[in-house]
Write a protein that binds this ligand. Structure first.
Ligand code: G4P
Length: 193
């Protein structure tokens, strides 16, 4: 997605050879216009895939996932990283370890919101090592649903997330694929959409 690449080049900052800062339009301040365009782009790509639900992981996946779900005309389910008193009944959980942050959390889905009839599109902002996306896909499948694909805004193609997901049979559609990061340098390769 050319407009996302352009935005990354104009406002993104490579903090190191592995971390890209995009706080001014995705992770801290959010550009709704761009998120809308992202939602429309995913929806156009998946329009004939009989998607019944979009699933994302809090926090930064929510904005693009809302627009994607709206454009597809289906509900959005947000997987929780923190348990809360309102999560009740039959919950599915999987432990996620973030290599980037060195932290771990229990990703949680209340079973009532994803059913075996669902065909799900998973949306997330970054794909690094694929921990979060793998965990999300596991929960959706544990709930009995099928997965049409995993839509990613920014894939860091030099990390193992994509190959890990594809090895497990998931279709990955990334709007932007970053092939190389170095201080002050951001390079892209051909993206999926
Ligand atoms: P993985 O799921 O692909 O294995 O990623 P990893 O554990 O390494 O990443 C953990 C968190 O760090 C995720 O956000 C992920 O989106 C984010 N992240 C990974 N690489 C980058 C990067 O280069 N730049 C930025 N900005 N973020 C990156 P999170 O903790 O779930 O954050 P949030 O969604 O709550 O904002």
């Amino acid at each position: 997605m050319k407009s996302l690449e352009d935005r990354i080049l104009s406002e993104g900052k490579a903090l190191s050879d592995s971390v890209l800062k995009v706080n001014s339009f995705i992770n801290h301040m959010v550009d709704p216009k761009l998120m809308h365009e992202i939602g429309d782009t995913f929806a156009a790509y998946y329009k004939d895939s009989s998607i019944t639900k979009v699933v994302t992981i809090e926090v930064s996946g929510i904005a693009p996932a809302v627009y994607t779900a709206e454009a597809l005309g289906v509900p959005l389910v947000i997987l929780k990283k923190q348990t809360s008193k309102t999560l009740s009944g039959d919950v599915l959980q999987t432990n996620i370890t973030s290599f980037t942050k060195g932290t771990s959390y229990e990703l949680t889905l209340e079973r009532a919101y994803v059913s075996p009839e669902d065909h799900v599109l998973i949306i997330d902002d970054f794909l690094a090592n694929g921990e979060a996306a793998t965990g999300a896909a596991c929960l959706v499948q544990e709930a009995g649903a099928s997965i049409a694909g995993i839509g990613i805004l920014i894939e860091k193609s030099f990390q193992r997330g994509r190959s890990r997901l594809e090895k497990n049979g998931y279709k990955v559609t990334s709007l932007v694929r970053v092939s190389k990061l170095a201080k002050g340098k951001i390079e892209f390769m051909q993206a999926d959409i």
